[in-house]
Design a protein around this ligand. Sequence first.
Ligand code: NAP
Length: 341
Amino acid sequence: MTISIWFNKKKKTMKYRALVTTEENKKFVNSIQEKELDFLPDHNSLIKVKYSSLNYKDALSASGNKGVTRKYPHTPGIDAAGIIEETKSKKFKKGDEVIVTGYDMGMNTAGGFGEFIKVPEEWIIKKPNNFSLSESMAFGTAGLTAGLCLRKLLQHGLKPADGKVFVTGVTGGVGIISLMLFNKLGFEVTAITGKMNEKDLLMDLGADEVIDRNELDVDLLSPLQKPIYSGGIDAVGGKILSNLICSTSQRAAIACCGMVGGLSLDTSIFPFILRGLSLFGIDSAESLLQVKDEVWNNFSSDWKLENIDRNIKDISLDDLPIEIDKILEGKQIGRVRVVYD
Ligand SMILES: NC(=O)c1ccc[n+]([C@@H]2O[C@H](COP(=O)([O-])OP(=O)(O)OC[C@H]3O[C@@H](n4cnc5c(N)ncnc54)[C@H](OP(=O)(O)O)[C@@H]3O)[C@@H](O)[C@H]2O)c1
């Protein structure tokens, strides 16, 4: 790989490479460009990014979704793990290994798809011990979201003895890590997927059964259906979540975080008032820093996934445009990690 960061002695500015999304004739184009550090916003900590990862939200930003990113040109990337290069913070010092996910990074603040980021210290987490930077980006925001969902369900009191749980969008980033975490904690898991050809992989990762999502992607069958699940993590929303809400047992809890299957929910009050269902919404981006910190520390201890690297595709910055198209088409399996020099 070429070394692409250097000081231009004449101008005393530093150059770095980044994926830049530009708007051209109402179309959005992604290219790898050389930028100067001045391109980065004026925040108090400059971080040399060692790893990033690809999330669905990045693909929305990179394809011109104005709900995610208002202004272009822009560098997406809601995840970054790296080393503090320069900081005015009293909490951090040069050389610290850190993780940044969410808040405005990658939305309207240049993100982890560049070799450098500049962010406020309030967004930065010190990497836990017993956990590498590369491991942290195997999780990334998708993993963090799975962890936040799990944390919420455990706080509710959900336990393996309550009965089986489900995971939707299970071959995707949030789903695959949710499955692995549930399995690690001893839950019986139903994996719900559109890719039945990945059944062996899902069983191998800890699913007890695998169901074709098309069975659930139908108009609401009935406001109360056979009680099957004590809880679950949903990354897809729409008709699939609507039907699952009606298939829960007494005092069940569902954490929902995604909408690849649809924005709306068709339900009635019955599962809530007759079965005591709790439906939790999860927003990882704006979660409190101490909550994120707690989940990252769980990943490095009680929730440690020894096999986390198994379904990771490592790519370079130059490979990103192709991988962005794939995630938009729902064709990714597992996680995509961006590795810098
Ligand atoms: N709230 C938050 O903080 C937060 C954080 C991260 C992500 N998210 C959201 O969570 C969702 C999943 O994110 P991700 O990073 O895991 O994305 P991903 O890697 O693209 O995975 C999404 C998975 O959903 C399934 N799927 C795709 N199209 C579908 C459709 N039309 N109907 C039903 N299922 C479909 C596919 O799995 P199968 O083929 O196995 O079904 C796909 O792999 C996205 O909506 C994302 O924006 C939210």
